[in-house]
Ligand binder design. Structure first.
Ligand code: SF4
Length: 346
């Protein structure tokens, strides 16, 4: 019999699976408590189950946790980046970040990414496959166990476009939120998307009150086309219209991510135009100086960045310059994997 990864199942599905091997619902709760609260990933160590039950579970299921193949730790701010090896030998990244009020994990949703954003190392390496629900969830469990931390904030902003792996991502979020599993409040979970407009509208009907972040990075289609090929399918107007629908239904503020690139999208005029196109939406704009990238884009000076934020605020838009973390390690998406492959970034 082929064993099943227990982390791929929802709580309700697990109750049904356990029934098939004559185990009652409270046994599901016990096993989930071992996995999510105690970080025990071997059925034989679950000591409140009889030896017979442990064997039964081990015959039927396995608990898939990836192995770290590289870990980089920032000496400046404790940011830690993990490169994980999956069962099929492919690799993905996650990042652990410490803030005064939260311990956050940036999690991957796909192996590689098909969207090929020009400023992104993951985009340059291409798409390999979707992650399963279990593989998404296991990144958090692996970090918590390795680092002995309780992650209380999750951002799906690692490798991949989460809305293109919609079902597995949504299931992972439901499981993180489930009281018997991670029991993490939905508002502490953020999906970050490059702007898959139809899926943003679908997400507006999701029953959990998660947070949404949209990567805009440009103020016109002409500009966005040059750095985000997905703009030809979902142009700016369509993305912002979807954000409006999302906001009307959820009443939540949306975060707009804006990667600032020297000489490309960092002028005062860009800031004013950005404020203009965002009118009518309740947003917080995060300005992020571009990270080392395969295209060789450079960061604007601090003066330009500060001025950009100032102009947005003057034009009625809440904005902030993203506090950078892990600048002494390859903390940005796809960097560590690229370096492991021997590809140097500017
Ligand atoms: S920035 Fe995000 S959506 Fe764009 S290529 Fe990289 S991983 Fe994909």
């Amino acid at each position: 019999m082929v064993k099943k990864n227990i982390l791929d199942y929802s709580y309700e599905e697990l109750i049904e699976e356990f029934k098939k091997i004559n185990l009652q619902k409270f046994r599901v709760d016990q096993v989930l408590d071992w996995i999510f609260k105690k970080h025990v990933f071997d059925f034989y160590e679950m000591t409140n189950l009889s030896k017979e039950m442990r064997k039964q579970l081990d015959d039927y299921f396995y608990i898939y946790i990836p192995e770290p193949v590289d870990i980089q730790r920032s000496k400046k701010d404790k940011t830690t980046k993990f490169l994980w090896k999956l069962e099929d030998g492919r690799t993905i990244e996650s990042v652990l970040l410490f803030y005064p009020n939260r311990v956050s994990a940036c999690i991957s949703s796909q192996v590689g990414c098909a969207l090929k954003c020009k400023f992104c190392s993951t985009g340059a390496s291409g798409f390999e496959r979707d992650l399963s629900t279990g593989e998404i969830i296991a990144q958090v469990l692996a970090i918590e166990k390795l680092e002995n931390v309780n992650i209380n904030n999750i951002v799906l902003m690692g490798m991949g476009e989460p809305l293109l792996n919609y079902d597995n991502v949504i299931k992972a979020i439901r499981n993180w939120n489930n009281k018997k599993m991670k029991n993490l409040g939905a508002r502490h979970i953020t999906i970050s998307t490059a702007g898959i407009a139809d899926k943003i509208e679908e997400l507006a009907d999701f029953e959990l009150d998660i947070r949404l972040s949209i990567s805009l990075h440009a103020v016109s289609n002409y500009q966005r086309d040059q750095i985000m090929p997905i703009n030809s399918k979902y142009p700016i107007e369509q993305v912002l219209q979807a954000a409006k629908v999302y906001q009307q239904k959820t009443k939540n503020r949306v975060t707009i991510e804006y990667i600032a690139i020297k000489g490309f999208n960092d002028t005062e005029e860009d800031a004013i135009k950005l404020a203009e196109i965002l009118k009518g939406l309740k947003v917080m704009v995060n300005i992020i100086p571009v990270n080392p990238n395969p295209a060789g884009f450079e960061r604007p000076s601090k003066k330009f960045l500060t001025n950009f934020v100032k102009k947005l605020k003057e034009n009625g838009i809440e904005a902030t310059l993203r506090i950078e973390k892990g600048t002494d390690i390859d903390a940005a998406c796809g960097q560590l994997k690229m370096r492991k492959k021997g590809i140097n970034l500017k």
